[in-house]
Every structure is written in C-alpha cells, then in structure tokens.
Design a protein around this ligand. Structure first.
Ligand code: DTR
Ligand code: ZN
Ligand code: ZN
Length: 450
C-alpha cells in the first residue's frame, strides 16, 4: 500500500477541524441543523475551543487491572490503613509524575491509622479558577473495590493523562485528587477541605466527583447540586442519545459533600450502588430490572469482573468532555509542529516488523530532547507488540517491548523520546512487530510533534 508521507499539521487548524466535525456529528445525532446546534460560526481569526479527546477505555481498564493485582497481592483489599491503599496511591502517583503533573501527598490520621490524599496539579491555567475533579481511591476492607471506587479513580487518572498527552493548555487551572478514607465517612476529602486556607477555597470554581462509574448493571445518574454543572454532563449524554436521571441514591454520600458544605459548586456522575434497577430503568438503559445496579457493592466480588465496559467508557468520555468544556482551553503548545501518517498498516500475526513512514521537513537542526511520539495502534492483545521509532539515520529508539501477559487492547499512548542525536528533517518510521500468534491488528495512525 502506498503511504502518504507526513504533512505538517498546524495544531490550531486541527482543533478547528475537530470542532467542526464534532458540532456536525452532535447535530446529526440530535436531528438538528448544524447551524442551530453549533451556534453562530466563530470568526475565522478566533481561536477555537478544543474538543475533548476520546478516552481509550482499554487504558482505563488497564488501570483497573493494576488496582486488582494490588488488592490481590495485599490481602484482597485497598482499604484505608492497609498496604493495598498505599500501593494504589503509589501506582496513580507514578503515572501522574511521569506525565508531568505536580503531585502532593497529604497525610492525615483516621481510625488510628495514617491516611493519604493524592493531589495532582496540571501546571498552568488561571490559578484563581480551579476546575477540580476527585474520586476516592480507598476500598472497603471486604474486597478490592474495583467499581467502588477503582472505576472513578481510573477514569479521572486517564482523563488527567489525556490532558498531558494532548499537551492541553486550559485557560483555567486543572486539579485532580484521589481521596483516602472515604469509606470511613469521607475523612480524606473532609481533611482536605477543612485544612484548605479560605483564600484557596474561593479559587475552586467547581468540584466534580466520580464515585462508582462502571456499575455492572448501570444507570446514568447526574448530580443535580449545581444546575450549570448538571447541564454540562446532560448535554454530553444527550449528544450520545443516553437518557439520564438525577442522582438520588443518598445525597451527599461521597466526597463532594465536604466541598458543597464549604460553599463550592459541585457536580458528578454515578452509575448506581445497592439500589434496585426498576423496569422503567431497564427499559431505557438495558440491564436487569429487579436487580441492584451493583450487586457486589462493598463485597469481595467487587473485582475487575464487576465492571460494565460501556458505562465505564461513556462516563470516562463524559468526564473528559466536562473537564475540557469547563476549563475553556484553546491552545496546544504554541510552536509544536506535527507530522502524521494516518494510513493504516496491517501488522502480520507473529510475522516480520512493519513500518509506517513520516517525512519531516522545515525544522532546522536536531530533533528535541523531548520528541513526542503519539501512537494509535488497534490490536486485540497489545502484549504481542514491540514498537520502536526509527530516526532518519536509521538509529532506533525503543518505545515498548512485548510482554506476553498484557492482554489489554490497543496501544494509544504518547511516548517522549530524547531524539537530540538525530537531525529533525528526514524520514522517520514507526516500526511495529507482532511477536505472538493469534491476535492481530494495525497501525491506525501515528504522529511526531517537534
Ligand atoms: N458513598 C459511596 C456509594 C454511594 C452511595 N450513594 C451514592 C451517591 C453518589 C455517590 C456515591 C454513592 C461509597 O463509597 O460506598
Ligand atoms: Zn465509593
Ligand atoms: Zn463504598
């Protein structure tokens, strides 16, 4: 197959293209004319608001399987005061630190044990307007807590990593937190709010809470505490033709309560705990009526099998959509020039390596020490794949090696490579080899950003 060589993509143009496509798609789904759905067309010179990226649910599930293994090797839970809690926090912190977040671990004492909150700030944005997303990371003692609340924790982690992958420059400041000891009465979030100086409190424009967003027999519940935040989520689901209801399964039963009590606007999502799904709810959302939204709520069976992937996927995308639209970001890194090859290249099963080229022109000197390599490979068993970047001189930079037991789908990731030993201009290649039999896939697209 002939490959199209890379074309420079000026990121503002790409943002505009995405916005236009998104507005048209929304309009199509809602059966309205694009003009009325999109509102007045922006002036050509205006910087477009960037659309939120799609959050790869395979990445969210991969975080859940890590949390599951952490529980399994630490006595079956990730509860406050237990080794599995601290290991969960270290896992999340490691990912955020590597992506460029500024992380802080806040300690507190509860029930005779040390508890920890993890707070992550994305550098930049107006510090006087903070868009804050949080999820509790602790489980109950009875089980691994994968839906409650690995799901919210993994979803906001992947949204945070998407912020970094996209090089998103929000107008407002983004903060994320993973709370400890929620299951003991929201003790971590209460500690955070009560020790926050009032000047800092007043900078928090909105707090969004995500506790249980992958329930196995799911509902789509939106908090109705603040009308504007409620609308942001409802608009997203409307664009997907998913009906929603107001969250009523225990008002204030999660970490948004301390924020709300401090006078901060709160919102959030919930897919249901031990309440029973009615016939009307099963009709609109599917699943089983007469059965709990999560029959494994607070039990040992709240494992990685206790997740509805479609709900996890929709809710992760809803979180990204809210974070992007509330933070009003408009620009990617100012002079980042991108070169992409979007032609698909099949990767033969247990076969030789294949390559996809990108031709870089117009960049003087050497490549940067932090060359961004964004990879989108669709594959049914990503552990089969070895991936490398090949520079114009033929030098290879390993990006990922095969690891047979990583059974998750797809590699949708951005790697940072010190490529300063190569000249920037020339033909770069992504080289991918499938080293295991049976599962197959293809390079969907890949992109270099200088
Ligand atoms: N507090 C949660 C479960 C829960 C029950 N009702 C709601 C409503 C909104 C969010 C969460 C919840 C737990 O961690 O057990
Ligand atoms: Zn919970
Ligand atoms: Zn719980």
């Amino acid at each position: 197959m002939p490959h199209r060589t890379g074309q420079p993509l000026h990121r503002r143009c790409r943002g505009l293209a995405l916005l236009t496509a998104g507005a048209a798609a929304t309009a199509a789904l809602l059966g309205t004319a694009p003009a009325s759905a999109a509102g007045p067309a922006p002036a050509p010179a205006a910087t477009p608001t960037l659309a939120a990226p799609d959050i790869p649910v395979a990445n969210v599930k991969a975080h859940l399987s890590q949390l599951q293994s952490i529980a399994s090797s630490n006595g079956g839970n990730r509860a406050h005061g237990r080794a599995g809690y601290r290991a969960s926090l270290d896992y999340v912190k490691g990912k955020l630190d590597a992506a460029g977040f500024t992380t802080t671990v806040q300690q507190f004492t509860a029930g005779g044990a040390t508890g920890y909150n993890l707070v992550a700030d994305w550098p930049g944005g107006d510090a006087g307007h903070v868009i804050f997303s949080g999820s509790h990371l602790d489980s109950v003692g009875a089980g691994p807590g994968i839906n409650d609340n690995g799901s919210g924790s993994a979803a906001i982690l992947e949204v945070a990593l998407a912020v970094a992958r996209e090089g998103y420059k929000p107008d407002k400041h983004l903060r994320f937190a993973w709370w400890g000891a929620e299951e003991l009465g929201m003790l971590g979030s209460r500690h955070y709010v009560s020790t926050l100086p009032s000047a800092e409190r007043s900078k928090i424009e909105s707090y969004l809470n995500f506790d249980m967003v992958g329930s196995p027999n799911p509902g789509y519940f939106v908090y109705d505490d603040d009308a504007r935040l409620e609308k942001v989520f409802k608009d997203f689901y409307a664009s997907k033709n998913i009906p929603t209801e107001i969250e009523t399964e225990g008002d204030g039963r999660s970490d948004h309560a301390p924020f709300k009590n401090a006078g901060i606007r709160v919102g959030g999502l919930f897919s249901g705990a031990d309440y029973i799904k009615t016939a009307a709810q099963a009709q609109k959302w599917g699943g089983t009526s007469g059965r709990a939204f999560d029959a494994c709520y607070h039990r040992s069976c709240d494992t990685s099998a206790n997740i509805n992937e479609a709900a996890l996927n929709n809710n992760s995308d809803a979180i990204a959509s809210a974070v992007w639209s509330l933070s009003g970001g408009s620009t990617n890194p100012p002079d980042g020039k991108s070169f992409e090859n979007a032609d698909n290249v099949q990767i033969p099963d247990a076969g030789p390596a294949v390559e996809s080229p990108v031709t870089v022109t117009g960049i003087p000197g050497n490549a940067p020490t932090a060359l961004k390599v964004a990879v989108d490979i669709k594959h049914t068993w990503r552990g089969d794949l070895t991936i490398a970047l090949v520079g114009p001189s033929g030098r290879t930079f390993g990006l990922k090696s095969a690891s047979g037991n990583d059974s998750a789908d797809n590699v949708i990731d951005t790697f940072t490579v010190d490529a300063s030993s190569e000249t920037a201009n020339g033909t770069w290649k992504l080289r991918v080899q499938d080293t295991g039999a049976q599962d197959t896939g293809y390079i969907d697209s890949w992109k270099l950003t200088f």
